[in-house]
Ligand binder design. Structure first.
Ligand SMILES: [Zn+2]
Length: 99
């Protein structure tokens, strides 16, 4: 099963791309990080990234580095998922009378 994508991580991934911190490295990607100089990301290996965030409470999650690389690679499915998340958020807010 594919690990779940957390919307906050996806938002941070958008920011990494926007700031130009993600670049192609041959077939792979390189994402600038906070603690390490940069994180190598491969979309064809398992795991795709070796950062500490790839494991959360003993289970694998899709980290912002992998999401950023997928965005740069033009992963339309990811954009659709994010759009659906925003629409769901909007609907909940409307139903709760917040908008
Ligand atoms: Zn990572």
């Amino acid at each position: 099963m594919q690990p779940a994508i957390e919307p906050g991580r996806l938002a941070r991934a958008f920011r990494l791309v926007k700031l130009g911190l993600v670049e192609r490295d041959g077939e792979d990607y390189r994402v600038a990080g906070n603690e390490e100089k940069s994180y190598p990301v491969s979309l064809t290996t398992d795991p795709q990234c070796y950062c500490g965030d790839s494991w959360h409470r003993g289970r694998r999650v899709v980290c912002k580095h992998v999401l950023a690389a997928r965005l740069l690679a033009g992963d339309v499915g990811l954009l659709i998922q994010f759009g659906e998340h925003l629409a769901r958020d909007e609907r909940f807010a409307r139903e709760a009378g917040l908008r």
